[in-house]
Design a protein around this ligand. Structure first.
Ligand SMILES: *Cc1c(COP(=O)(O)O)cnc(C)c1O
Length: 435
């Protein structure tokens, strides 16, 4: 049993991690980068144990994936049971019940009480691709509108939707067509006070004048932007966009791949914004670490696609479905939405205090257990230096942001309070050392 505490036995990374890293460098394509070359041997709850016996505090959850904690007991039991029953049939060939059960959970849990259907896939990018396919097929229109600072994945179509060139798109073009970009209501970087109004006006002008309402199949948006730097849209902006789209037959796709499944203190971040999307994409936190993704949408929209038009060999793999059902049960039984709000209540005042102490910090934002600080200066120098100091002290933190200047915090929702506070103490020390 791994104790939920930080233990440093060697420098970070230690000698065995360095050995593995040399093998990685020789064997693995360098395009697959590594934030922190500490090789993990075991991970439980909010602690990751490396091959040198160091126990690190996890403020990243493998990018918002292990929200129920690493190797969560219900997930482990469900996977073990399923893996002994059968590992794969392909749902499109001979189906099985866990896929249906996941679809039922998604239809019930996602925002809106209209009739819904779901389809399951392997990765977030694949879910986004399919949401776009469905929106185009249903509407008979082609254009998709995406926002500045958006991140929707790394496949060809999702690279086109993603805003940031380096490292996601650089020299990987040409990209898919009929993608149009509009400004995001990003309060900290908006040049005037009327962020929500002006961004909304820019949005409607672009769709009306440049794209054409009748050509626009869907608008896709992350209700809190993830890789773009945990940008929380100015209050009311998303609601106005949603209402405007609904009156013009433009579908709203909410990409809740990072924000979904209790991360922001509710099952889905759309709820805070008071919006009900037509289609919603989910992945990351859905299955306690197993690869699974979904598109859930209005029955009228989802039913438009012909039989056989959607799918894939592994989509809705039975082991991943079993894991998802166990993860969702854990979220419910342990009230992980409440846990995310408690994490915010602990972290937010500490982050605000750091912002008061260091002029370098320009903004503290986010919701629930999805919080970030943005440095005023654009560029990754400060964020990388603070993250590196955290890493040396045994705290896993991630950076983000269009300008690379955001430190983001995504602790597992089951993290115990002592670990959370210790992680914040380390962050405090790291900032004192660097800023
Ligand atoms: C991670 C992410 C994706 C892509 O998911 P993958 O599983 O990495 O393909 C898409 N959208 C958002 C908002 C994400 O955070």
């Amino acid at each position: 049993m791994t104790e939920q505490r930080r233990v440093l036995r060697t420098e970070i990374p230690g000698p065995r991690s360095l050995e593995l890293h040399a093998r990685k460098t020789a064997a693995v394509a360098p395009g697959v980068g590594t934030t922190l070359p500490v090789y993990i041997e075991r991970a439980v709850g909010g602690i990751s144990v490396d091959v040198d016996g160091n126990q690190l505090i996890d403020f990243g959850s493998g990018i918002a994936v292990t929200s129920v904690g690493n190797s969560a007991p219900r997930v482990v039991a469900a996977v073990q049971e399923q893996v002994e029953r059968f590992t794969h049939t392909c749902f499109m060939v001979t189906p099985y019940e866990p896929y249906i059960a996941v679809a039922e959970e998604l239809n019930a849990l996602t925002p809106g009480d209209h009739e819904k259907r779901s389809a399951l896939f392997n990765s977030g990018a694949e879910a986004v691709e399919n949401a776009v396919k469905i929106a185009r097929h249903y509407s008979g229109r082609q254009a998709i509108v995406a926002f500045d600072h958006a991140y929707h994945g790394r496949t060809n179509l999702t690279m086109a939707l993603t805003a940031k060139n380096m490292p996601y798109k650089h020299k990987f073009g040409p990209f898919a067509g009929e993608i149009h970009r509009v400004p995001m209501a990003y309060p900290y970087r908006w040049p005037s006070e009327n962020c929500a109004d002006e961004a909304f006006e820019a949005f409607t002008a672009a769709v009306t004048v440049q794209v054409g309402v009748d050509n626009t199949a869907a608008v896709i948006v992350e209700p809190i932007q993830g890789e773009g730097g945990f940008v929380v849209p100015a209050p009311g902006f998303l609601k106005r966009v949603a209402d405007w789209c609904r009156h013009r037959g433009i579908l709203l796709i909410a990409d809740e791949i990072q924000t979904g499944f209790c991360r922001t203190g509710d099952w889905f971040a759309c709820t805070h914004e008071g919006i009900v999307p037509d289609l919603i994409t989910t992945a990351k936190g859905i299955a306690g670490g197993l690869p699974l993704a979904a598109v859930t949408g209005r029955a009228s929209v989802m039913d438009a696609v012909h039989s056989g038009g959607l799918g894939g060999t592994y989509g809705g793999n039975p082991i991943a479905c079993a894991a998802a059902l166990a993860a969702i049960e854990t979220m419910r039984a342990e009230d992980l939405c409440g846990a995310a709000r408690r994490i915010e209540a602990t972290m937010r005042p500490r982050l605000d205090a750091l912002a008061a102490k260091y002029d370098a910090i320009g903004d503290v934002r986010g919701r629930g257990a999805m919080l970030a600080v943005e440095f005023a200066e654009k560029g990754a120098a400060k964020s990388t230096a603070v993250a590196a100091a955290c890493h040396r002290a045994g705290l896993i933190v991630l950076t983000a942001g269009t300008y690379g200047n955001v430190l983001r915090f995504l602790p597992p929702l089951v993290i115990d309070d002592a670990l959370l506070v210790e992680g914040l103490d380390i962050l405090d020390m790291a900032m004192a050392e660097v800023l």
